[in-house]
Design a protein. Sequence first.
Length: 354
Amino acid sequence: MTEKVRIKDIAEKSGVSVGTVDRVLHNRPNVSKKAREKVEKVLKEINYQPNMYASALAYNKSYQFYCIIPQHESEAYWEEIEDGTAKACETRRDFHISTEIMYYQRYDIKSFVQTTKECLEKKPNGVIVVPADIKVTKHFCEMLHERKIPFILLDSYIPDVNPLTFFGQDSFSSGKFAAKMLMLLAVNDKEIMLFKRMKNGKVASRQQENRELGFRHYMNEHFPNVRIAELDVPVEGSPESNEKKLEQFFSAHPGIRNCITLGSKAHIVGEFLLKTNRRSVQIMGYDMVEKNAQCLRKGSISFLIAQHAYMQGYHCVDSLFKAIVLHKKVDPTNYMPIELLSKENVDFYRRTQL
């Protein structure tokens, strides 16, 4: 019944004008305390539930969001995030929602600072940001708070910055899960390999740092005697230099049969294993990158952990829409499912499923 109640009906019950009811419903000024109390009393009596969608459509305002992510080439994870944001805008096109992607150079603090500065100059209605360095990311979040701009953390979580919400995996739990799955294969192994791509002594992201913490926590608790042999390669390394380092590593560790990387580049090792005919060795990694999928099908990658990047991109924009346009509350933390892909189920993985 409340959906059929008109503003005119509320005005008659309250003994005020239609304009007064409209101002109360939209929390606008120029309403006396007495008139507001009359209207609110009637609203409570009829259990009035406003049609937020109709109100937002009637308001006819445009909303510009910005999504700040690392610069990338053809990399499925980030491309799927972009596709997800575009799909959300298409779904909400009647509300004049648009999202622009802005890029910063990975590992480059100055690039992140410049990109976020340009974002603020555009006066966005809402922001989605993939954190870079903790200090500069926190500073950007503080500026967003000062300007009362809602923002969402994507991919990696940073404590104490109070975003509207977060979308991504629970990295620590994901690392523990990765260790558990790996050790189903390597239960009798004395040594395993941890493959890491490094830049200036650091891994690619805070997310990978937290995955490693979870990974090592599980290993220390359940397999303390298994040696973890690290192979660190620079992100700017050429395919030839990578192959040289891998050849040296496996020659020095002939007993290793199972490897893991906590990032999306398992195919670097997987392709090397196929090329050098090391059929008894496998690596486990993250993300349904096509090169990873090819190695998975051929057997040099044992498992991949999927992150549902498309879902993350879509729900980030949709959460900004719900909070800013519809004035609805959103869950402060949204962890993505941790799914395991093998050569038996990889072809059934639906990237764009919500």
